[in-house]
Design a protein around this ligand. Structure first.
Ligand SMILES: [Fe+2]
Length: 359
């Protein structure tokens, strides 16, 4: 390990942690032309056009009729949404996760209660007028410009950028997420209780509370809810309950995650760890030594993995396991966790399955 890495972030500045951003410290930025829609920009890849945001819709306001040019995945964090696509409606409650494949048209996503949603856009989204013609396009560049206007430093995209990163430059007031002041474990765990229920009639959405946990044999204290495995890209989406110690590992591909409950202790982070609303990006090639929770509460986070992980038992030790989408798929099958092909025949994605509740 280089001297530079050992001295990274010596002040434990939560806004300066490697590859992370405290979304609670950021403002909600209104989106021009869409009434009642606000975003917290998190990461934009100038290389691929992918961007990650948390968006908020005021009660009664809608994402317009849209075409998701590169696809999108989302997790409802708070509130309630009415989702309309192909003449069907779903009610999306906190904890509902979905994957919208590229070039899908969604008629509307309307907040029936003020709602906050974590969303990864794999490319731009085209907003349509009522007659179906193009109104505007929201791209990664637009999101980057929103951040620039507010002096917000987005998450670095590569390991090199992480080490070169300065402190967060936004010094205005933050507007914390709803999950920062609630028990967000209710999002994914039915045992913890829930206020709202989803009514899902679109097969590419799932109430994560209905997806069972399974464990990897080598890490019995780490539970996974597998939500999506792409046989085309190797991308894997899941919810992680991280109550033990994760073995040291290297991310061959990047990954991102949002803490939902508990507190995560990481190298160069503060002793109290990072809690709900902290969003992390592990760039391709990132390595960590052991990571663990630092409170007694369940540590639960979302995770998208964009390539395999290589586990060992410390610097210079032999590789103990390489875990890719193939292994997650196999583990799910062996654990009796059903994954089903996306109903869109163009999409080589396997999705979590839970009983659909037709509306
Ligand atoms: Fe990691």
């Amino acid at each position: 390990m280089s001297e530079q890495k050992e001295t990274f972030n010596p002040e434990f500045n939560p806004l300066g942690a490697e590859g992370s951003i405290d979304t609670n410290a950021m403002p909600w930025i209104p989106i021009k032309d869409v009434s009642g829609l606000y975003v917290k920009p998190i990461r934009v890849s100038p290389e691929s056009g992918m961007f990650s945001i948390i968006f908020k819709l005021d009660e009664g306001c809608s994402f317009p009729s849209s075409i998701y040019l590169g696809g999108m995945d989302l997790l409802v964090l708070s509130g309630q949404l009415n989702y309309v696509q192909e003449d069907k409606e779903s009610v999306l409650a906190p904890g509902t996760w979905g994957f919208i494949s590229a070039n899908s048209k969604v008629n509307s996503i309307t907040a029936t209660e003020e709602a906050e949603v974590l969303a990864n856009f794999y490319s731009a989204v085209a907003f349509l007028k009522e007659d179906g013609s193009l109104k505007s396009i929201l791209t990664g560049t637009d999101v980057m410009n929103l951040a620039k206007d507010k002096n917000i430093s987005l998450v670095p995209n590569s390991s090199t950028e992480c080490w070169e990163r300065g402190p967060q430059t936004y010094d205005g007031p933050g507007e914390p997420l709803a999950i920062a002041s609630s028990n967000a474990a209710t999002l994914v765990d039915s045992d913890v209780g829930s206020v709202l229920s989803s009514e899902i009639s679109h097969p590419h959405f799932v109430d994560t509370r209905e997806v069972p946990w399974f464990t990897m044999p080598t890490m019995p204290d780490v539970g996974l809810k597998l939500l999506r495995v792409s046989e085309e890209t190797g991308f894997v989406s899941m919810i992680v309950r991280h109550n033990g110690v994760a073995l040291p590992h290297t991310h061959i591909g990047a990954s991102d995650f949002l803490v939902l409950s508990g507190a995560l202790g990481v190298r160069a982070g503060p002793p109290e760890g990072y809690g709900p609303g902290m969003w992390f990006y592990e760039p391709a090639g990132a390595r960590h030594e052991e990571t663990q929770r630092v409170t007694d509460e369940d540590l639960i986070y979302t995770a998208n993995i964009y390539g395999p992980l290589v586990f060992d038992s410390g610097p210079g030790t032999p590789v103990e396991a390489v875990v890719s989408w193939i292994d997650y798929k196999t583990m799910a099958e062996e654990g009796g966790i059903k994954l089903v092909p996306n109903s869109n025949s163009n999409d080589k994605t396997l999705l979590a399955w839970a009983p659909l509740t037709a509306k």
